[in-house]
Design a protein around this ligand. Structure first.
Ligand SMILES: [Zn+2]
Length: 431
């Protein structure tokens, strides 16, 4: 195939063969890999240019490079945390893993494959990393591509792991011990009012938990239980952790549900929001509330929206206003592409530049985004419709639209009465 990139992107003409269609898909995959390599190169150059500009402006050495990862994140429409990872990977590829990078540029290795190699060699010395880069990714004697090109991801990971252990077992073990400190539990929304509950565990614990649940499933099925294996495992997990099976004392679990007064009182369909999960149907929320022991805290009692219009002369947002912002923004950082939880309620237009401490000029930001916007050359201002406009040092403008959790349609935001309910769900009752 000798098509130009423009021709490839225009799509295959009508009547081409299946083979040509497959070629087309493969060529486009190569272009994606090459594009990811060039993006990495550009990211490294952007980082260098920004550092030089900041240094010339007198920015202290420890702050050099601030905001670059966030610019990359905005440009690539990913979260800032992901932007930082991409920049880190780009630097590693360009400076430490030349063979891996060459494979990407040739369109034979994806960013994700390169990420696996970078990750698996992270604990090694630069020297050992270079050895693995050479052994896995350099071309054969006749210039043929190395085996990693056709390996599956797990295979690739195992190949790198094996080499790493061979070269420097001590580091691999030390790294594993260190990683144990990061064990944690997370919850994220799944479709249809479900959630994914995740656990990052040392492998022995993770496997043990899975095995225990698997055993419970097998025992249940042997006893004639008609639930699927997955269902028994899920139910057993909840039973054991919450004590719902009655063995332990019933735990009381606090859940915050936010809904409009209208949705609470009537059959209005305005969604409620469960803190830590996101929007749920109002009917679901009403049902949960009738089943639970409920502690009500009226957060915004003024139907005329006095609080919304309220301004403060102080730089720090008063508690009620800060809580309002956090709820208005859905608990999620306002930066485009970022889905980290809100850690700071901050001024869009800086207080020092005359920005007001008002709902319109305040935004909920995660820690990283809050820092990024303090970097040299970053600006933000509120838009007239509740949006937040961020201008990066290159002059690119990114508009964060008003969060649609509370889209004023109807009742208008300024007139809605929101009710925050601190709900103590007695697990036995709620189930
Ligand atoms: Zn953020």
């Amino acid at each position: 195939m000798n098509e130009t990139i423009d021709q490839l992107l225009a799509g295959p003409p009508l009547g081409v063969s299946e083979k040509e269609l497959v070629d087309w898909i493969a060529r486009l995959e190569e272009i994606k890999c090459t594009a990811e390599a060039v993006q990495a190169e550009a990211a490294v150059r952007l980082d260098e240019a920004a550092r030089a500009r900041q240094a010339a402006a007198g920015v202290p050495a420890r702050k050099l490079g601030e905001g670059v990862a966030s610019q990359i994140a905005l440009a690539r429409r990913v979260s800032p945390a992901k932007g930082a990872k991409l920049l880190g990977l780009a630097k590693i590829l360009v400076t430490e893993m030349p063979h891996t990078f060459a494979l990407m540029k040739a369109g034979l290795f994806s960013q994700w494959q390169a990420t696996i190699l970078a990750r698996e060699t992270a604990c090694l010395s630069l020297e050992d990393r270079r050895v693995i880069d050479y052994q896995l990714c350099s071309p054969g004697p006749d210039g043929e591509p190395p085996a990693v090109v056709t390996m599956g991801l797990r295979q690739l990971e195992n190949a790198a792991k094996k080499l790493a252990i061979t070269l420097d077992q001590e580091s691999v073990v030390a790294r594993a011990a260190n990683a144990e400190k990061d064990r944690r539990i997370s919850v994220r929304p799944a479709p249809d009012t479900m959630t994914w509950l995740g656990a990052l565990l040392p492998v022995k614990d993770g496997v043990a938990v899975f095995a225990a649940l698997d055993q419970a499933a097998k025992a249940a099925q042997a006893a004639g239980d008609e639930r699927t294996r997955g269902q028994v495992m899920a139910d057993t997990l909840v039973d054991r952790v919450t004590g719902r099976d009655g063995v332990d004392a019933k735990p009381r679990i606090e859940v915050k549900i936010v809904m409009t007064a209208d949705a609470l009182a009537n059959d209005s369909d305005q969604p409620a929001v469960v803190e830590g999960y996101g929007p749920v149907p109002a009917t679901w929320a009403r049902e949960a509330l009738t089943d639970a022991e409920v502690f009500i805290r009226r957060l915004f009692t003024d139907p005329a929206g006095q609080l919304v219009a309220m301004e403060s002369r102080s730089r720090k947002a008063p508690d009620g206003l800060a809580e309002f912002i956090a709820i208005r923004d859905g608990g999620i950082c306002r930066t485009n592409g970022c889905d980290a939880p809100i850690r700071n309620v901050d001024h869009a237009r800086r207080h020092a530049d005359g920005g007001t401490t008002s709902a319109q000029n305040l935004q909920g930001l995660c820690e990283r985004c809050n820092q990024a916007k303090e970097a040299l050359g970053w600006q933000a201002r509120p838009g007239p419709d509740g949006s937040i406009i961020t201008i990066t040092p290159t002059g690119h403008t990114y508009v964060s639209p008003p969060p649609d959790t509370w889209r004023p349609d109807p009742p208008p935001l300024s007139q809605a009465e929101f009710v925050l309910r601190d709900v103590l769900l007695d697990y036995d009752v709620a189930a």
